[in-house]
Design a protein around this ligand. Sequence first.
Ligand code: PXP
Length: 247
Amino acid sequence: MSSTLNPGKLRLGVNIDHIATVRNARGGDNPDPARAVEAIVAAGADGITAHLREDRRHIRDEDIARIMAATDLPLNLEMAATEEMVAIALRHRPHAACIVPEKREERTTEGGLDAAGQFDRLAPLVARLSDAGIRVSLFIEPDARQVEAALKLKAPVVEFHTGEYANLTGEERAVELKRIADMAALAAKNGIEPHAGHGLTYDNVVPIAAIPQVAELNIGHFLIGEAIFVGLEASLRRMRDLMDSAR
Ligand code: PXP
């Protein structure tokens, strides 16, 4: 999502993967992840995030085209750094592509991308996506070495993995929060737009939303789960309100 959309406001990207998880449990067409568009707009959220995994466990190839056809909302395509995914991104040209590490056996994206360790492999891939006008984001741990690698890779955006923060409690969580805040400041100082996401809920979102440099949060699993009880629009609206209350 470009910084010209809702300038100054913390953006909410809604990860709709788990609508597709429920659909795929029965193998039919319902519920349709593209139908989330209406609630996303109504709740004042800013974009759609979808992860096309190598094993297509939730979002499928045809969902990408259907989501893009259904809305002008910016799509942030989460993808592994593979030739197959680069080809798909170049074909669809989403607003943004967030490069994530991907292991077939993991339940969700565990840990950030080793942008520093995989520099040579990532450099041509980031350049190809950027040359196609796709805003590249790297999903990294809040670590100075990774921010420096993102800078060298000329990635305009980094998304900090908040999974560790979400899993910790008490003083340990406070230490991790400070790590994220310090790295958001470092990224912004170097001209990189910091985003954050993973494991965020109503209970833990406010301190992350209060980090002044963070421009966007991408949140999925909790919001889709909450939607079962209150409906998608209400689920998103409450998150939107909590994010706004932090600024
Ligand atoms: N950001 C990235 C890069 C992710 O991989 C994920 C999970 O797919 C999310 C955000 C959303 O995480 P959650 O579903 O835990 O809110």
